[in-house]
Ligand binder design. Sequence first.
Ligand code: PAF
Length: 280
Amino acid sequence: MFYLLKCFIQMKILLNNIDLNEALFDISNIGFVPTMGSLHNGHISLIKKSLKLSNKTIVSIFVNPKQFNNKEDFKKYPRNIKKDLKILKKLQVDFVYLPKIKDIYKAKNRIKIKLNKHDKIMCAKYRKGHFEGVIEIMTRLTKIVNPSKIFMGEKDLQQLLLVKRFVEKNFNSKIISCKTIRDKNKLALSSRNTLLKKDDLSKASKIAKNLLIFKKKLSNNKNLKDLIFMKKNELKKKYDIKIDYLELRDAKKLRLTNKIKNAKIFIAYYIKKVRLIDNF
Ligand code: PAF
């Protein structure tokens, strides 16, 4: 009966903050999945988790210009709104929020985000201003949507941990961390994968498989620092890629470590002009 009822309830598309406030004003336990669109199975797993754990689920699609440290990257970021809406409708999401710039960035609500010195590692070091932009948009979206839970993926673990710290300190919303989804060739799903040609996708899969095997083989009695240094050189040569970083860090505080327990290998690299990140 509940299933039948749900089939008749239409997904509502909210095009501005007036629509959003009207739709959400008396709803509790809202699950929120923030996205920049070009949805894939990674997003779908976040949405399914939200549908399970929340009264209502809202998905936002907003390609946030402030988190791009490179104008060209912003322009080329994949956009596919028609396909996205089809996917969301099929999933029976309750609300889709498609804000305009003016809904998010009102001049009078200036927000200044400052990262600590120890946060300026990995993507924060190589993409200046990126996380300030992510934390600002997540602060603004959380204020607007006021969700109980926000669902975010572990593929972007540095982003997830930073947003968790800022958002949970300032709002009553909880960040729910969701596992990375990989395709059958072990490549972590990412909207940016659509920018890769077939050969490059195959290269990215080989790199993921290589690092998954490497991580399994690492153990505490070896000199991990040297092994990681050698692996970085091997990957660069073998796959002809530019690597921003390949580092072993503890998975909670993201401190560099020489112990494999509770640690992850983090990588950011370029295949041609496409920047990919992953962790294992
Ligand atoms: O991971 C993303 O897609 C974006 O960084 C996010 C969290 C939606 C903020 O724009």
